[in-house]
Design a protein around this ligand. Structure first.
Ligand code: FAD
Length: 487
């Protein structure tokens, strides 16, 4: 059998290993950590379980597809349910909006709370679905770096509608035109953060994101987000993929411009092809530093990062759901701080993800597991110790004002993740969550391709095409595997 090596067992590395095993390769995955999943892992703290990274799950059929492709029943490995409520939104003035998954109910809610005409919402979601329909076949499902992507029926359909995709307008501008109430503009601006971008800069094209959440649905895996990793890991092993943990790859070996294998712990592992799932920037810096560097791609601005407090909370709050947002009073200022001043705003938007709402054993009785996160700049050498201390106080004060309580004494356990630890745990350049940001309309074209100028060396994962987030990482593995011949 032909040998394939995958560097890294992030979600894209796992998916690539499954796809290559299905193509007849003997696949070996080398992973620096002691566990699979990269950012999609979990943390256990004195009776509390937390999903460490991603919390929002859309397009679950992309996970199912990997099981179907392998001739397995996805339900035997992995179960999930559709959420009835996508998110609870809170503002300091007491306004609360429940984002029901049922769009009619959501429109009623927004009409009752903000007086917004339901037609504005329907129109916005229709537009979102329109952009998704024409652009996703080009920008999400195919390589942008192959001529065939640009010369086919789908591409032609998209060219004919180019003027309607919002490429020349920002997301904020587009939302301000579609909605009357500033709170609804803010709610829809938030979708830019789903790939670590700035709604005041990112093109309105990214308004496709609410289409995924509202029209296609948000889901919760029965055993938490980490179950995605565990189920794909189990599938890969059932297909004969071999995993090597605590094995940090040191070099990709290249001879006559062809990848020949890797160097790991001083030993050579030969292979017919190598798929790199490590962050592209750090891979060029460390594994490929003797090769030609794609300088322009390496210099692209990165997405935002996150500061997360994993808190075991000794109380249950019935007003909180799985996904909760406590909005900043000044969203423009918050993003200016993150992307221009590269610091944290004093009134940050706080996201609280609580899996124990659905998965009771994630916290002891009458307690909750709070994944409490704010968006922060990626690492540019800031004083993270000082920022962490300040932000912690600001977050607690904000939660206290909005929930009318004092949560500080309820915090039973705490662990913290910030850009430096995100980089040290997963090798993400600057601790960015989603690889490059999408803050200009050329961003899609300035991500690294899924192949490289070195024969037999491929790339997948959040730092390369089509970008970060679970759905795109899974598509990245698919595009990569489709370029590789069967064996
Ligand atoms: P990663 O998860 O980055 O994993 C790369 C793997 O490669 C790691 O396991 C690493 O140890 C390994 N590796 C690196 N270098 C080497 C080496 N030299 N040798 C061997 N192994 C190596 N996405 C969503 O869809 N929804 C969300 O709600 C969401 N929220 C997020 C919240 C947080 C806090 C974070 C951190 C991310 C979030 N994301 C979310 C983004 C999502 O997690 C990522 O886009 C995705 O998981 C990245 O997967 P990946 O395959 O690129 O690899």
């Amino acid at each position: 059998n032909n040998q394939a090596i995958v560097i890294g067992s992030g979600i894209a590395g796992l998916a690539a290993s499954i796809r290559l095993a299905n193509k007849g390769y003997q696949v070996q995955v080398f992973e620096a950590n002691a566990y699979p999943g990269g950012k999609l892992s979990e943390i256990n703290l004195e009776g509390y379980r937390f999903d460490a990274g991603p919390s929002l799950f859309t397009l679950p059929e992309q996970v199912d597809e990997l099981f179907a492709l392998s001739g397995k029943n996805p339900r035997e490995y992995f179960q999930y349910r559709k959420l009835p409520v996508n998110c609870q939104y809170f503002w300091e003035d007491g306004t609360r909006i429940t984002a029901y998954a049922d769009i009619d109910k959501f429109m009623e809610e927004v009409h009752a709370k903000l007086g917004e005409n339901p037609k504005n919402i329907q129109r916005a979601l229709d537009r979102s679905s329109f952009i998704y329909r024409y652009l996703s076949p080009l920008f999400m499902h195919r390589s942008l770096h192959q001529g065939s992507t640009w010369f086919n029926k789908n591409a032609l359909k998209a060219y004919l509608r180019m003027g309607k995709f919002g490429l020349f307008q920002t997301m904020h501008r587009s939302n301000s035109e579609q909605f009357k109430h500033p709170k609804l503009v803010q709610l829809f601006n938030r979708y830019a953060t789903y790939n670590g971008s700035n709604p005041y800069q990112t093109p309105a094209t990214l308004t496709i994101i609410p289409h995924l959440e509202f029209n296609r649905g948000a889901y919760f895996p029965e055993n938490g987000m980490h179950a995605i990793t565990l189920s794909l890991y189990a599938l890969a092993r059932d297909l004969g993929v071999q995993f090597h943990f605590n094995q940090k790859v040191e070099r990709i070996l290249v001879e006559n411009n062809r990848a020949k294998g890797i160097l790991v712990q001083g030993a050579v592992q030969a292979a017919d092809l190598v798929v790199n799932n490590m962050d592209m920037v750090n891979a060029y810096k460390s594994l490929l530093n003797d090769q030609r560097q794609p300088k322009r791609l390496l210099q692209q601005p990165k997405s935002s990062s996150a500061l997360i407090f994993y808190w075991g909370i000794r109380k249950e709050f019935s007003e909180l759901d799985l996904h909760n947002i406590l909005f900043s009073d000044n969203y423009a200022k918050e993003f200016e701080h993150i992307f221009s001043k590269k610091t944290i705003y004093s009134d940050p938007t706080v996201y609280i993800n609580i899996t124990s709402v659905y998965k009771k054993d994630d916290a002891p009785d009458n307690c909750m597991n709070w994944f409490t996160m704010i968006n922060v700049p990626n690492n540019q050498g800031q004083d993270w110790e000082a920022l962490k201390t300040e932000a912690r106080a600001a977050i607690i004060a904000k939660i206290n004002r909005i929930l009318g309580t004092d949560i500080a004494p309820l915090i039973a356990v705490e662990e913290v993740l910030e850009p430096l630890t995100i980089e040290s745990k997963t090798s993400s350049a600057n601790g960015a969550l989603y690889g490059n940001s999408s803050n200009n309309r050329y961003a899609a074209f300035l991500r690294h391709a899924n192949f490289s100028s070195i024969d037999g060396l491929y790339f997948c994962g959040g730092s390369v095409h089509p970008g970060g987030g679970i759905p795109l990482c899974l598509l990245s593995a698919k595009i990569t595997a489709e370029m590789i011949p069967e064996h």
